[in-house]
Design a protein around this ligand. Structure first.
Ligand SMILES: Cc1cc2nc3c(=O)[nH]c(=O)nc-3n(C[C@H](O)[C@H](O)[C@H](O)COP(=O)(O)OP(=O)(O)OC[C@H]3O[C@@H](n4cnc5c(N)ncnc54)[C@H](O)[C@@H]3O)c2cc1C
Length: 492
């Protein structure tokens, strides 16, 4: 091992924790500064009236990524947290009251396709072969950085060979005829802030990623994973300082030298790892005069992901006989228009596009006895949309809950005993995300790989970024991978 270094990590999202644990396990002196009173970032867990609401990520994949962290520290994952597999992965409602269960096994999923369109089974098999090839060629690049344009251009023969210049939806449509099955096969970009109609199908690797390692739930919620990782970090000798917002990254001679907190205190460090949103960080934590001239222009002209309204609610009764599963997607009838309104026109759509999480289906500890725990996430434009959320929030929340009451959860509003809601303003003001984007920089061909901000800052030495805005992108597995890339770069 090299000489232990002093390392400051800004933020305790999954990306920050992944980098911090790896570095602390190697014997470095690592301190995390977190703005909030609890760690986790988008995975912050709200506790209200005995309910535990996971703030963000709920679809947990790739347990081996966690195992790797525990093994580095000489520990066992099972001693810190309990993951259970979920199947079906998703229940997808078609807007006409019917649903499609999306399973890990090909055979079970084909049985669902048969209900809608028996003639599409052969095409679906070809589609799955296609995404398996995409996964094979491109997954290895999610754990490496692209330091040069050449290193990125080298993957282009594979792009041509696998047909991944097509959008995710077009890729599915190439093999599948039935419109709803096309949507079922191509929704995955939504999980990382992309529009299935224009996100390149290279992101189809997520489909195979889920099949390869399964979808899991952590007993106690995703918040229990955050707790486990924080405990592991502290067991490795790391320190987490909560309620500590970093105001500035200290730069001397183009080198990061530490951080200054909002209360004025300074922490000197050999390396700085920023888990705060990369665009927000460059614009706010480093004096403008030190940034290259083109930087502001570049950051302002990138495209940013959509945002979300998320409503967390607990009910005093159990919806035992509802048609809901643990993970539910409600795509609606005017899906194409919905996507256009959110991603291109940036207006508030009339139609709703929802993900409904019901963890109390799996975990009795997440809600008081006799109660159910939910969150519903509604896709909305980012703050480029100029929607006045302060004015609209109550009306919008009522619209979403009213829709659920009418179609899925009878008498919902009179049974709610715990509730909290966030709008795009939360992502901007509380999570310090540029334009209130829920998934940072949008995934597109020209904003992926080499063209996405890299983990190692191109402009400042000893400064690294981890999290959704840098390569390989948004989503828990990707930000965990960015933490791995950062730790390896620092170790080098
Ligand atoms: C509602 C929702 C649902 C999602 N569902 C899933 C899912 O099911 N599966 C999945 O894989 N992904 C999901 N995602 C995406 C995933 O949650 C994110 O991509 C990922 O968690 C982001 O992690 P991150 O490392 O970028 O850090 P973040 O979670 O963004 O955390 C950054 C941290 O930095 C802190 N911070 C920022 N600035 C400062 C500062 N100046 N000083 C101190 N601290 C600071 C913040 O407070 C925050 O704690 C979801 C996202 C959302 C919003």
């Amino acid at each position: 091992m090299q000489q232990p270094k002093k390392i400051a990590v800004i933020g305790s999202g999954f990306g920050g924790l992944s980098a911090a644990i790896r570095l602390a396990a190697k014997g470095h002196e690592v301190i995390i500064f977190e703005k909030h009173d609890k760690p986790g970032g988008r995975a912050y867990q709200y506790e209200i009236n005995g309910f535990k609401f996971d703030g963000g990520p709920t679809v947990i994949t790739a347990p081996h990524q966690y195992d790797e962290l525990f093994e580095l520290a000489g520990k066992k994952r099972e001693d810190y947290m309990t993951l259970v597999p979920l199947d079906p992965f998703y229940r997808i409602f078609d807007g006409k009251g019917d649903h499609f269960d999306y399973w890990r096994s090909q055979e079970h999923t084909e049985a669902e396709i048969k209900k809608y369109s028996p003639n599409d089974i052969a095409g679906y098999r070809k589609f799955i072969k296609g995404v398996t090839d995409i996964f094979h060629w491109f997954h290895p690049f999610t754990e490496k950085s692209f330091p040069t344009l050449w290193s990125f251009l080298r993957i282009f023969p594979h792009v041509i060979k696998t047909g991944t210049w097509r959008s995710m939806y077009a890729f599915a449509a190439h093999f599948i005829k039935h419109d709803f099955i096309r949507k079922v096969a191509s929704f995955h970009p939504l999980l990382v802030g992309g529009n299935p109609f224009d996100t390149p199908s290279i992101y189809g690797l997520i489909i195979q990623f889920e099949k390869q390692w399964g979808i899991h739930y952590c007993m106690g919620g995703t918040g229990a994973i955050v707790k486990a990782l924080c405990r592991l970090f502290e067991d490795c000798g790391g320190t987490i300082q909560l309620n500590s917002e970093v105001q500035q990254i200290i730069i001397h001679n183009k080198q990061a030298k530490g951080v200054q907190l909002k209360d004025g205190s300074v922490y000197e460090a050999d390396e700085v790892v920023c888990n705060g949103d990369v665009a927000f960080a460059y614009k706010n934590y480093i004096p403008n005069t030190l940034l290259p001239k083109q930087m502001n222009f570049w950051l302002s002209n990138l495209q940013y992901s959509n945002s979300l309204v998320v409503i967390y609610f607990g009910t005093k009764k159990k919806y035992t006989n509802s048609k809901l599963s643990h993970h539910n997607l409600i795509l609606g009838n005017k899906y194409n228009k919905l996507m256009r309104d959110i991603f291109q026109r940036k207006i508030l759509p009339r139609e709703l596009g929802l993900y409904l999480h019901m963890p109390s289906k799996t975990d009795a500890t997440i809600a008081p006895e006799g109660c159910d725990c939910f969150y519903v996430l509604s896709l909305v434009p980012n703050l480029d949309g100029k929607i006045n959320w302060n004015e609209l929030m109550d009306e919008y929340v009522d619209k979403v809950l009213g829709f659920l009451e009418e179609n899925y959860l009878p008498e919902l509003r009179s049974n709610i005993v715990a509730k909290h809601a966030v709008t795009p303003l939360h992502f901007q003001n509380n999570l310090n995300s540029y334009k209130g984007a829920a998934f940072s920089i949008k995934p597109s061909m020209m904003q992926s790989g080499y063209f996405r901000p890299q983990v190692k800052s191109k402009w400042f030495d000893n400064l690294y970024f981890v999290g959704a805005g840098v390569h390989p992108g948004a989503g828990v597995p990707a930000v965990m991978a960015s933490g791995k890339i950062a730790a390896a770069a620092i170790e080098q």
